[in-house]
Design a protein around this ligand. Sequence first.
Ligand code: C5P
Length: 404
Amino acid sequence: MGNTSLAGRKILLGVSGSIAAYKTVFLTRLLVREGAEVRVIMTPSAAAFVSPLTFSTLSRNPTRHELMSESEWHNHVELGLWADLFVIVPATAHTLSGMAEGRCDNLLLAVYLSARCPVWVAPAMDLDMWSHPATRRNMARLVADGVRQIDVGDGELASGLSGPGRVAEPEALLEEIRHFLAPAPVFEGMEVLITAGPTREALDPVRFLTNHSSGKMGVALADEMARRGARVHLVLGPAAAAPCHPGVETIPVVSATEMMEAAATVFPRCRIAIFAAAVADYRPATTATGKIKKQGDSLSLELVKNPDIAASLGARKQKDQVLAGFALETDAGEEEARKKLKAKRLDLIVLNTLQDAGAGFGTDTNKVTFLTADNKTRRFGLKSKKEVAADIADELACLVQAAP
Ligand code: C5P
């Protein structure tokens, strides 16, 4: 009897037509032993490699591969809503291209378009197919759409060639899935402050100064920290993004001054503080009580400095508190980020530069570098903001452990 860390979790496996499909048989068995509820869907060509009956028997659920059957014309929507996680393993070059283009000519692709849960792909193909510009392009597009790519292995391939393109091993995939769906509650009993979103600085009753921050990164962090057991206080500026985990208490604010006040209230009892908000550096010196009238050809505004929330709370930091901030730089990124790390007394600063395609405001992806107070630097590739949040949570777990 295995352990049951995945009890009650619903995992949808999508199998496409590669010889590596036999490994998904083992993965199905491992997931079921771990307590997960598993359903399998296949592309028509996958059924040439492994019988649907094999998957039905091991998953204890019928395997589906038809887009349309008389009784279940809508099953792609139902499956897409049912799953907590959709893992496409093995993902062939053909399936990756169909997903990237939004094609919908088989059940697996239709479910992909309907899925509301996170989607992962574990590619499997020959090394030349894997390195072909078309596959690179499709993969980059999928990552930009929020799909997580599981690393391919490097070694002997079914063709007899050797190189990158092997599908991830079932045990490694199980570990990734377990880490994602049942993360260890490393932040149990800890309170965490997160500032997120933009701020709005009122000019008059109808106008304000703001920025392009969507709040997505901070909200993803709030959910991720809560999933790992933290009680999160999310001080959130005006943003459409909203957390979904019940362990997150949202404190809505509008201006930098309000954000400062709310953050300062909860900060003393928090073990970790993450400053992810894009706070306006300046605000209008006065807010007009009536709408400012259109007059001459130009209008000058006097602005005054806003409080630097990270810096002021950094100055009050206690020994056991761990603080993280963000730096969005256009040039000399790492050098500038290090200066901020020191000046604000942070333990970690997450740098993203606007030069990287897919990084920064509004997007669902980010490309970041971690700089820590102990002078370490870690650079990451383009990832979804949810994955970046998981990487930050991993780093914070290490920093908290190292803190006295
Ligand atoms: O100095 P800069 O604005 O680039 O620093 C960015 C970091 O400082 C971010 O973590 C941001 O949330 C935080 N910050 C803040 N209050 C401000 C300005 C920035 O908390 N007024």
